[in-house]
Design a protein around this ligand. Structure first.
Ligand code: ARG
Length: 492
């Protein structure tokens, strides 16, 4: 007789080892096994409350499940002869407590609502961890920004020197992007944290199950009302994967910059040796391999999203076994994203920025030419396009001097600017990098005053976000503790 209590009635015949492996989700299920025990505990408590099972059955089932919770799930429950962990645990309980008791665990439910619940429990915990990492990442970026308020550097568009900025400004740009990743994940959390339980296979059950009660026990904030949607939908997973894709796209951009900046032709940053590798042939090499792997992990996460979306795409209602193939993609992406962003925190915190090199490059490529054009607009009431043309013509001649501006102005307007009072000193003054930066006082800009204001508002925001994440974590821990306490009380 088969050990798998689910298969033994309807199906005959031996399966090959390869077929077992092919069908089983056991490898991925290791990551939802703990959640499955909690789901089982809550289900039994609900069955008892609704008087679907008797007091004694509940006691025995709960003691067996609490044993799994406390001492861990025995390895035999993870055998690939079981199609999944749900069958593995149920079969184990039937073996351990006997069919009279263990055989009542699965009343009024299906693995379809069970697996959806386990995934949601696992994902909500992962979101909370990812939110905490995002807070640390943002905190690191803000702290570095604070340290580099006065670190002037070139800003780029098209990777060409464009206008001077400050390293603080550059780092705060990333902090702002990561704060949106925080927001997205925090919003997704609310859609993840809904209970599919009670849906059973898809049509619910004739047993008088109490969906709200079991949802409450497990810390879900509500139930997914339509029972067909409850088992068939994985948009919660796709949404989180989408959030992680966007987050990793941003992370890969910062990695790309660390790679570029640590190249000798930029020389802006030096990564700590612990984040670098060397060459097996070139003894002098120090390569930013960690940043490169992280950059590539963004590709893996995007790939996981695409694979998962394609699994769900075109599936008819309701549950289809295809959905099992989504899970490894989801788990892999969650793992990669968490690991990459966690390591990014330390990579950034331990990096050394070469302030002088950055400062040296900041003025290159006529990076304050816009300020000069702006000054001509203000001083001579020129249309911006005219001033832009004059300065552009001077740059084309290779220098931003009074005489170059004069000849451009004469060519364009028929008169020069020095006759209207422009001096060499005015020109060099407006081209000064620090002065250019200090002119920029609008919110979010790179002047000292704007940076200080931004740093303090970002810190405020970070504090609020941290509280939000902590509060959710607290609710989860609280609900788990009270579930276990109540189960222990019933088990006696
Ligand atoms: N291992 C399955 C999964 O991950 C659990 C649900 C199986 N349901 C079924 N009807 N075969 O989706």
């Amino acid at each position: 007789m088969q050990n798998d209590v689910v298969r033994r009635g309807r199906l005959a015949g031996e399966r090959s080892g390869e077929m077992m492996q092919f069908l089983s989700s056991m490898e991925a299920d290791r990551h939802i096994a703990d959640a499955d025990v909690l789901v089982d505990i809550a289900h039994v408590m609900m069955l008892k409350k609704q008087q679907i099972i008797g007091e004694n059955t509940a006691k025995e089932l709960l003691s067996a499940l609490l044993e799994l919770y406390e001492s861990g799930i025995p390895e035999q429950a993870f055998s690939v002869e079981y199609e999944d962990i749900h069958a593995g645990i149920e079969s184990f309980l039937v073996g351990a407590a006997g069919e009279e008791i263990g055989g009542r665990l699965h009343i009024g439910r299906s693995r379809n609502d069970e697996v959806a619940a386990c995934l949601r429990i696992r994902v909500r915990e992962d979101i909370i961890k990812q939110l905490a990492i995002l807070c640390r990442l943002r905190e690191t970026l803000v702290a570095l920004a604070e340290e580099h308020i006065a670190t002037t550097m070139p800003g780029f568009t098209h990777l060409q020197h464009a206008q001077p900025t400050r390293l603080a400004h550059h780092l705060l740009a990333y902090e702002q992007a990561f704060s949106r990743d925080f927001d997205r994940l925090a919003e997704s959390y609310d859609r993840v944290n809904m209970s599919p339980l009670g849906a059973a296979a898809f049509a619910s059950t004739g047993f008088p199950v109490n969906r709200e009660y079991v949802a409450r026990l497990l810390g879900f904030s509500g139930i997914l009302e339509n029972t067909m949607d409850a088992v068939a939908s994985r948009d919660f997973a796709l949404e989180v994967l989408g959030d992680l894709c966007l987050m990793m796209v941003t992370a890969s951009r910062i990695c790309e910059e660390l790679i570029l900046w640590s190249s000798r032709f930029a020389g802006f940053v030096s990564l700590d040796d612990s984040f670098c590798s060397t060459s097996s042939i070139m003894p002098q090499k120090k390569n930013p391999d960690s940043a490169e792997i992280m950059r590539a992990k963004a590709g893996s996460v995007i790939g996981a999203y695409v694979s998962a979306a394609v699994v769900v795409k075109g599936l008819p209602m309701s549950y289809n076994r295809d959905l099992q193939e989504l899970t490894p993609n989801l788990l892999r992406a969650i793992h990669d994203a968490k690991q990459s962003t966690g390591l990014l925190v330390d990579m950034l915190a331990s990096a050394t920025f070469d302030k002088e090199r950055m400062r040296d490059e900041a003025g290159k490529g006529f990076s304050t030419a816009t300020d000069l054009a702006d000054m001509l607009v203000r001083r001579f009431d020129l249309p911006f396009r005219t001033a832009h043309t004059i300065v552009g013509m001077a740059v084309r001649k290779g220098e931003l001097t009074l005489s170059a501006l004069d000849s451009a102005s004469t060519e364009l307007l028929g008169s020069n600017l020095s006759s209207r009072g422009l001096t060499e000193a005015d020109v060099s003054d407006v081209l000064d990098i620090e002065k250019s930066l200090e002119q920029k006082k609008v919110p979010g800009s790179p002047s000292r005053v704007s940076l200080l204001a931004a740093i303090s508002s970002r810190k405020e925001r970070l504090r609020a976000d941290r509280e939000k994440a902590e509060e959710r974590k607290g609710l989860l821990t609280g609900s788990r503790d009270s579930l276990i306490r109540e189960a222990r009380r019933i088990a006696g």
